[in-house]
Design a protein around this ligand. Structure first.
Ligand SMILES: Cc1cc2nc3c(=O)[nH]c(=O)nc-3n(C[C@H](O)[C@H](O)[C@H](O)COP(=O)(O)OP(=O)(O)OC[C@H]3O[C@@H](n4cnc5c(N)ncnc54)[C@H](O)[C@@H]3O)c2cc1C
Length: 205
């Protein structure tokens, strides 16, 4: 899976500070280094609506349809996903879970099933079946490309729910990658979210 940051609100933490200070008209207290303390205070007090003034857009490639189906449940994000109705899937790749890759027997079952699905897809297209119907035989493992846009409050929500210990491993890996990128670009908005030594997202405050 690859995660690429396509777009970001310019100077997002200054935008958030400007918005937040409008509540109490305290713009006169803005300093070159004041946003860190101010934004951390907002996050700690759960005054999270102010974070909605900054946005990010990601392109995610090589992610399974099993994972994108979980992602698109997040209604406050905006999505654009490669269509299986209009794009032929014969060259698409598949995700292989580690649990299957680690077992020779399971891997043989898995790859056999994938190959059979791909062959059925090809055969259906050759019979004149439209792509939108032939795709019904494609597995959940099929990779997809998807673009996700969301404001920072919603990104925190996605990172926390999908990065949690109980989340599925592939969508958790995505949440952690998004957290790494957002921590680089808006460290104070995401300061309280960390990746634990056990490999899931935890909130520290
Ligand atoms: C570990 C895990 C297991 C899951 N298992 C299943 C499962 O077995 N079956 C299944 O169907 N789903 C499952 N889900 C998906 C889950 O039920 C949610 O659909 C998904 O996580 C989106 O969460 P959300 O509604 O909080 O977020 P979003 O849709 O991203 O919305 C963000 C927030 O906005 C608010 N909001 C959005 N829409 C509304 C609304 N209409 N009314 C009021 N408030 C709103 C809520 O506060 C919400 O938390 C699972 C999710 C996780 C993380």
């Amino acid at each position: 899976m690859q995660v690429e940051l396509l777009a970001l609100t310019p100077d997002p933490e200054t935008v958030i500070e400007q918005a937040g200070r409008t509540c109490h008209m305290s713009h006169d207290r803005m300093r070159p280094d004041s946003s860190a303390k101010f934004i951390r205070m907002l996050v700690s007090k759960r005054h999270l609506s102010v974070l909605e003034h900054a946005y990010a857009t990601f392109r995610i490639t090589g992610i399974s349809r099993a994972a994108t189906h979980q992602l698109v449940r997040h209604r406050l994000c905006s999505f654009a996903q490669r269509s299986q109705r209009y794009v032929r899937e014969e060259a698409s790749d598949v995700v292989i879970p580690d649990s299957i890759r680690d077992s020779a027997e399971a891997l043989a079952i898995y790859t056999g099933s994938i190959e059979a699905s791909k062959q059925a897809y090809e055969d259906l297209l050759r019979c004149g079946i439209p792509k939108e119907d032939a795709r019904f035989v494609m597995p959940n493992a099929t990779t997809s490309d998807i673009v996700l846009s969301a404001n920072f409050r919603q990104l925190r929500h996605v990172i926390m729910t999908r990065g949690a210990r109980e989340a599925q491993w592939e969508v958790r890996a995505l949440a952690i990658e998004i957290l790494h990128i957002m921590t680089e670009h808006a460290p104070n908005v995401f300061f309280d979210l960390i990746v634990s030594p056990r490999g899931h997202v935890e909130q520290t405050h």
